[in-house]
Write a protein that binds this ligand. Sequence first.
Ligand code: C5P
Length: 329
Amino acid sequence: MLSAVGPPVTVRVPAKINLHLAVGDLRPDGYHDLVTVFQALNLFDEISVVSTHTGRGPVDRIGPGAPGIELLGDVTDAQRADVPLDASNLAWKAAVALAEVAGREPDVRIGLRKSIPVAGGMAGGSADAAGTLLALAALWRLDLGREALMEVAAGVGSDVAFALHGGTALGTGRGENLVPVLSRHTFHWVVALQDHGLSTPAVFGELDRLRATSAADTPVKRVGSVEPVLEAVASGEARSLALLLGNDLQAAAVSMDPGLRRTLRAGVTAGALAGVVSGSGPTCVFLCADGPSAVRVAAELSGAGVCRTVRVAHGPVPGAKVIDGDPAR
Ligand code: C5P
């Protein structure tokens, strides 16, 4: 329970997967240029914010050592161990960034109800940051346009802007420059979650290492061009898209976690059209022909012993959305 002054504002934010992820060379700033196609899936985190500002006396200042973040709902021991509740949490960084733009203190508590896997390659931390931005913009009744909020999001992390945006989008730069992608059709997915995470910087680093050490005659394979992927998304044909799913980070994720090879094989054996590592992994996602097929694949995959748990999901779904307590409504 969040202790606070006033009612909370709650926002729901989707997970993302990458249908296509082309990774360029390491930039001087430590990032890589990407060309990626994001899709938001109906796996959601809920973020609640409440004010701790009483309006009387000094503001309840929450310093960098003691940010007001807590986990809500049924929290597993693994989540408790994996989600940082200190100033390194991206949701807290988002609160600090927005407070700065608004010229005020981050006098809030943030509650996270997590369904998106932690360190799973589905941008769960970014979703929490995006949800915090939208919830605080409502709580503080900020007169910020969507563009301004997207700009703050891009400064907080590479995937935060997409979590606000949702749907299907082409991402360039670090992934934060977004263009919506025409996608009127629903795709059906099975998501295989692991019992451990992979560090995003470590996976990018492993890809750099693999590329630097591969022999000239056997370079690390790169995904093809993005245009056919966009066409397949627009057509809504899962079979066409299945042939084109690709992720440059997959080789690095599999190199760090060789068991993923078995997971990817098992999904296809179970009847999925294709499987791919999501973002920096270790979550694997499997595209299925339709909803009933996804349910069958999920049932078979969950008995195969190649992942912690499976979820059936679909996409695209909209981005971050206020679901409760918008004081402006
Ligand atoms: O932007 P964000 O904090 O989510 O990125 C986490 C890390 O992932 C970066 O510090 C960097 O190591 C890696 N990264 C990258 N190129 C990108 C996005 C992320 O190298 N485009």
